[in-house]
Design a binder for this molecule. Structure first.
Ligand code: ATP
Length: 586
């Protein structure tokens, strides 16, 4: 398929507001594609050439480089590109306009196909070492000179991560279902396959080449990360017991990093929450698994927690993150040793065990794990009593845990890959202290500091993630409670992601002095969620013309490096919490 067809579909989808219409347009385009190109189209639309876990080089180029690419392709000075970029606020339209003016574009344009564009981007991503930046600029500029202006717009948006179609993963899944099965009924099957193999491109390939039955046949495999199950949150013990099915296994909530460990013979691979390979970060955990797990092959999940080498006591999450950021893993292993607390099993000796009830899985874990001071199962207890649940919670808090997670144990209490459902419900100290909740927010902008804070950032603009539209609407400006250390860290970390103008995926009612790529995720505590005339999160989905804001927000000091920005608190989460807050007050 010509890339032009994809670009035109993107253009139409962007200018259409209804989700169903967007899905129809995307699905019509998919039907016209060569089967062998479907995975590439899905990958380009998701903005990643490969799933994270394949550890292949990604294209994501910084805005600064994109400016050089446009300048080279359109034969204009970089300043011309920067000036226009400031006006349009979008590198895609900037490139489009400048290439339109450049005679070259029309004289020598070659017909670009989807595979040609995909392969050119993949080759560019692979360039590394000295001189690679120059080579990348020249390769991408070459691609743009062969492109029509509209194609250039979308190539630039794809490589800078600013493609904004308003489809999201579920929109793509709905479109695949519509295109290749005739309606949206197969969305659940496609989503389930995506959840167990973490690669929507390859699911699309199976669908188009072998049909929906083959998609239903995609199961858990060792060496392919499974999208992780998540917990809902509630602050009332009675309500938790009610929602969970009256009986629960209540586990302590450990404050570390979640790890999904895949063991196959003598080989162990560890994946993070965002499905990145983190094996090299934890050679000690690999060793623990090899010595303490009695299975030929298995997939386990647990929390990796920093411990004090002398006392064996758990240390705060920040300690673990400090170790994660260091490159001298050997010495950090001694300085910040870790223990692994296993809480789930997904695969054992050739069998997918995700559909077994929770207590059966727990039994398998007991049989598989040889407990030591460094590897054990999470502490937990069966209860039917809300009062006992609350007591366990208090014991957990008093002994240094983050809270508890109540887990359903009825016959349908399977491991639900990729879902945040009522099978797991968490209760944390912050929920019971009258605070609205903690939220994981994406930093999108900042305001320059004044007085003592000159040269640093005085306030941070933070967003939730809207998974329905794949955008980052702001929810608060955080300007108080920062320590000197926090301010310095903001400056150091954020300056790496500075951009000339707001990323088109960011929607903000406030003007920032500096904008950033939406990549850094932090934990924020707030007093309550209020309706807001300023912040756009949830606008149109709650009463009136207001959006939602987090009141009196403060940074907890916790950088959520283990979270992808699309795993931040969603607008739906905030709407749910807002509604709940309203009911409680009535
Ligand atoms: P939070 O910020 O509350 O950790 P989250 O969005 O990171 O939430 P959730 O899936 O909502 O993640 O909460 C569950 C997380 O708690 C898991 O990802 C895991 O890392 C951690 N955890 C700690 N102890 C347990 C346990 N016993 N069982 C399951 N998860 C646990």
């Amino acid at each position: 398929m010509f890339y032009r067809v994809l670009a035109q579909a993107y253009d139409e989808i962007e200018s259409t507001s209804g989700t169903l219409d967007k899905i129809q347009l995307y699905s019509d385009m998919l039907k016209n594609a060569e089967p062998a190109e479907i995975d590439m189209i899905v990958a380009l639309t998701m903005g990643k050439l490969h799933p994270d876990w394949k550890s292949e080089p990604e294209i994501g180029i910084a805005e600064k480089m994109a400016i050089q690419v446009v300048a080279t392709a359109a034969s204009v000075p970089e300043k011309v590109v920067v000036d226009l970029l400031r006006k349009t606020g979008d590198i895609g339209s900037t490139g489009e306009a400048l290439l339109q003016e450049s005679a070259q574009a029309t004289l020598f344009a070659e017909d670009l196909t989807v595979s040609l564009v995909y392969n050119a981007l993949a080759q560019t991503a692979k360039l590394s070492g000295s001189g690679s930046n120059k080579a990348k600029v020249s390769k991408l500029a070459g691609l743009l000179t062969d492109a029509d202006p509209i194609e250039a717009r979308y190539i630039l948006r794809t490589v800078t991560g600013s493609l904004r179609l308003g489809l999201g993963d579920m929109g793509i899944i709905d479109s695949l279902s519509t295109a290749f099965t005739g309606n949206r009924d197969a969305r659940g099957d496609i989503e389930a396959a995506f959840n167990v193999c973490s690669d929507l491109g390859s699911v699309a390939n199976v669908l188009v080449e072998k049909g929906i039955d083959a998609v239903r046949d995609i199961h858990t495999q060792v060496g392919v990360p499974i999208r992780m199950m998540a917990a809902k949150k509630l602050s009332d013990a009675e309500e938790i017991m009610e929602k969970i099915g009256k009986k629960a296994f209540v586990e302590y909530k450990y404050d570390g990093e979640r790890v999904q460990a895949h063991k196959n013979g003598n080989e162990v691979v560890l994946y993070s929450r965002r499905q990145e390979v983190i094996t090299h970060q934890y050679p000690d955990v690999v060793q623990l698994i090899l010595t303490n797990i009695k299975a030929e092959s298995c997939v386990l999940e647990g929390e990796c927690v920093a411990i004090d080498p002398d006392t064996g006591k758990m240390r705060p999450f920040q300690e673990l993150m400090r170790r994660r950021r260091k490159t001298n893993i050997e010495s950090m292993q001694k300085e910040v040793p870790v223990a692994l607390f296993v809480f789930d099993i997904l695969y054992l000796n050739g069998a997918d065990v995700t559909s077994l009830p929770m207590l059966d899985r727990r039994k398998l874990m007991e049989e598989t794990i040889e407990v030591s001071d460094r590897v054990s199962l999470t502490i937990g207890e069966f209860t039917e009593e809300p009062d006992r649940l609350y007591e366990i919670f208090e014991e957990a808090i008093n002994t240094g845990y983050e809270g508890v997670i109540a887990k359903a144990i009825h016959e349908n209490s399977r491991y639900q890959a990729g879902a945040r459902s009522w099978l797991w419900i968490k209760l944390k100290a912050s929920y019971t202290e009258g605070l609205a909740d903690s939220a994981d927010l994406v930093i999108v902008g900042a305001i320059h500091g004044r007085g003592k804070r000159t040269g640093l950032y005085g306030a941070i603009l933070a967003s939730a993630y809207d998974d329905m539209t794949d955008t980052y609407p702001t929810v608060c400006k955080i300007g108080t409670g920062f320590t000197e250390e926090m301010l310095t860290e903001f400056k150091e970390r954020l300056d790496e992601h500075k951009i000339e103008t707001k990323n088109p995926k960011v929607i903000s009612g406030i003007d920032a002095d500096v904008w950033f790529e939406p990549v850094e995720v932090i934990e924020v505590l707030g007093d309550e969620i209020t309706s807001s005339p300023t912040h756009p999160a949830g606008k149109g989905r709650i009463a009136g013309d207001a959006g939602l804001a987090i009141r009196f927000p403060r940074f907890t000091g916790k950088w959520r490096d283990d979270k992808d920005p699309t795993q931040a608190t969603t607008v739906d989460d905030l709407i749910e919490a807002f509604e709940k807050q309203r009911q409680t007050r009535e």
